[in-house]
Design a protein around this ligand. Structure first.
Ligand code: GCO
Length: 452
């Protein structure tokens, strides 16, 4: 089995609203996720992020655990509403001070901060002015990003602008299952997408203007395929299926986000409902959108097996009882091999796996420990597949496990546990799971060993 390079960045990831709690403390502003979780019927079990993992107070403990884990990097996000409550550039110093602490604790522990500036918690004040339906939000985010880079210059080098705009657009503004819970029609949904891409472009330029040494990325998610068996024909079918455009299912693709940003044009969509919308994008908007990042973040959980067929790629149906996680997501390790290779071929930028992991029905056993063999097996399979992508020459520089701790899994509430560390939510107590020890050994050796 292949050895990951010594320079490989092993890390873990989290997001502000999912872990911090106390979002209104010390002058913080409400975000759309606060509004959404406080709207009856939106979140499983009526859960909210009011306390979450209480990382707002327990961040030092979390970072000490990161140090024990031995990671080189921590990907966390900052809550825009905590820092800039009205999204108008008026700083809330106490909110900012929290992130100073997080960053400084990481640096003192020898852990490189990878800061995500937007992981879905739009200030409610901005939503009240139209949210992502409004171009103004893109400019407001650009200003926020510039202020952040100016403030953290010399301490934070790596930034991600937006996390998974695909989810914001689809789940938040089209399906209404995520904040702000809207069910807009296609033209408006499309403009939310455009405004987020503009937000990325404006933020990237603002960060670079404030700190030319910054390394800036965006974290993308979407459909990925892998060949059922590795014949040249099936590999080509999987590549084609990955980047196929379907007018009804364009949002959850990487290419509808990354092609405009990196290649400067939209995927082809002749004769579809998307074509007139693409034509309406102005040159000025496109000039802002076309702004290649320094690196790409891929959030990858699963994909589809594909083989070649007479009329194009065929999606292999899943057999009864196929492997699934507790959230019923398919276990498909090869997506971290082939999916990653296809993305790297197309975009040719340094890549990071910014999220990968699974939910398990973890609990404390009679011996007081949390045994999670499912997670270890999943990680061994997925990281073996990733090692094959790296071995093939794909420029993948790091892996951030989702997640460091169990946390608020958005509309699924606290029922789904993704952490390497168990959180007892009534008390906030942290208990490293077996997978935590397994991952620590992997980081030390750089080798995937299921029997660690
Ligand atoms: C995501 C989300 C995470 C989720 C994770 C598991 O970026 O999809 O960023 O916040 O918790 O993906 O669903």
């Amino acid at each position: 089995m292949m050895q990951f390079p010594e320079t490989f960045v092993w890390g873990a990831a989290s997001a502000a609203y999912q872990i911090e709690g106390y979002d209104l403390e010390d002058g913080g502003g409400a975000s759309i996720w606060r509004t959404f979780t406080h709207t009856p019927g939106k979140i499983a079990y009526g859960d909210t992020g009011d306390i979450a993992c209480d990382s707002y107070h327990r961040y030092a403990e979390d970072i000490a655990l990161l140090k024990e884990l031995g990671v080189r990097a921590y990907r966390f996000s900052t809550s825009w509403a905590r820092i800039d409550p009205n999204a108008d550039g008026t700083w809330n110093p106490a909110g900012l001070a929290y992130y100073d602490q997080v960053v400084d604790n990481c640096l003192n522990a020898g852990i490189e901060p990878y800061m995500t500036l937007y992981h879905w918690e739009l200030p409610q004040a901005s939503q009240d002015r139209g949210g992502w339906e409004s171009e103004e939000t893109a400019y407001a985010f650009g200003r926020f990003a510039g202020m952040m880079a100016n403030h953290f210059k010399g301490r934070v080098k790596n930034y991600f602008t937006l996390n998974e705009p695909q989810c914001t657009t689809s789940l938040g503004y089209q399906q209404g299952v995520h904040a702000p819970g809207l069910k807009l029609k296609l033209p408006k949904v499309f403009s939310c997408h455009i405004h987020q891409m503009m937000a990325h472009g404006l933020a990237l330029r603002a960060i670079k203007a404030a700190d030319p040494d910054a390394v800036v990325g965006i974290a993308s998610t979407g459909n990925l395929c892998y060949p059922e068996t590795e014949t040249p024909e099936n590999i080509e079918a999987a590549r084609q299926a990955t980047f196929a455009t379907d007018a009804d299912n364009w949002i959850f693709t990487h290419q509808w986000l990354l092609d405009p940003i990196i290649l400067g044009h939209f995927p082809d969509c002749p004769g579809t409902r998307l074509e007139p919308l693409v034509k309406k994008v102005t040159q000025k908007q496109m000039a802002i959108i076309h702004c290649p990042p320094d690196m790409l973040g891929y959030n990858i959980y699963n994909g589809h097996a594909v083989c070649t067929g007479e009329n194009g790629p065929i999606y292999i149906p899943k057999y009864p009882g196929y492997p699934r996680t507790a959230l019923k997501w398919p276990v498909t390790p090869e997506v971290l091999n082939w999916g990653v290779r296809f993305l790297q071929e197309r975009y040719k930028l340094p890549g990071y796996i910014t999220e990968n992991g699974l939910s398990c029905n973890d609990r404390i056993y009679l011996d007081g420990k949390v045994h999670d063999p499912d997670r270890i097996d999943f990680l061994a399979r997925y990281l073996t597949a990733l090692s094959r992508a790296v071995e093939s020459g794909a420029d993948i520089r790091g892996y951030f496990h989702w997640s460091l701790t169990d946390n608020l899994e958005w509309h699924s509430g606290y029922g789904d546990r993704f952490g390497l560390i168990y959180v007892d939510f009534p008390t906030g107590q942290r208990i490293p799971k077996d997978s935590f020890c397994w991952y620590r050994k992997l980081i030390r050796s750089g080798r995937v060993d299921p029997a660690n």
